[in-house]
Write a protein that binds this ligand. Sequence first.
Ligand code: HEM
Length: 140
Amino acid sequence: MTTDTVEEQKTEALTGDSMYEWLGGEKAIKDLVNRFYDIMESDESLKSIRDMHKEDLSPMRLSLFEFLSGWLGGPPLFIERNGSPCLTSAHEPFKINPEARDMWMKCINQAMVDVDIDEKFRDMLTPAFERMTEMMRNSS
Ligand code: HEM
């Protein structure tokens, strides 16, 4: 049986790669992170989590990009720079309750739509981000 149709070739092309590559690599992840913090900065309903962050969000734009790069199967930039992939301790100083967790999810879900991440990838990433945000939750 041949795999000559475009759909079959696309499916085959996906199997050997990582989510990092499927999404479009470095530029796509940077676009996602930048959109994420643009939303956090501009949406008044997210003010309480925005205010947890330092006034200058540029270091976070870099940190989240570096973290997601490795988490999505690309270059492990965050571990290379920080030595540890553990994020829970970095979040301990902040009160992260279910409301804060859901705001973070609102922000990433909207950012994924805005940068045109394909629905089939969003459907895979949303539950993975939900597990991650629940891990960061440290308050009820
Ligand atoms: C559950 C809701 C979350 C809240 C409210 C939250 C909030 C924060 C805050 C306030 C900081 C410090 C910011 C600053 O220094 O300006 C931070 C750091 C960070 N967050 Fe989150 N975060 C959440 C979830 C996540 C998730 C799910 C990820 C990863 C997918 C993530 C990745 C990071 C990274 C990489 C850093 C930098 C850590 C470091 O430099 O050591 N956060 N977060």
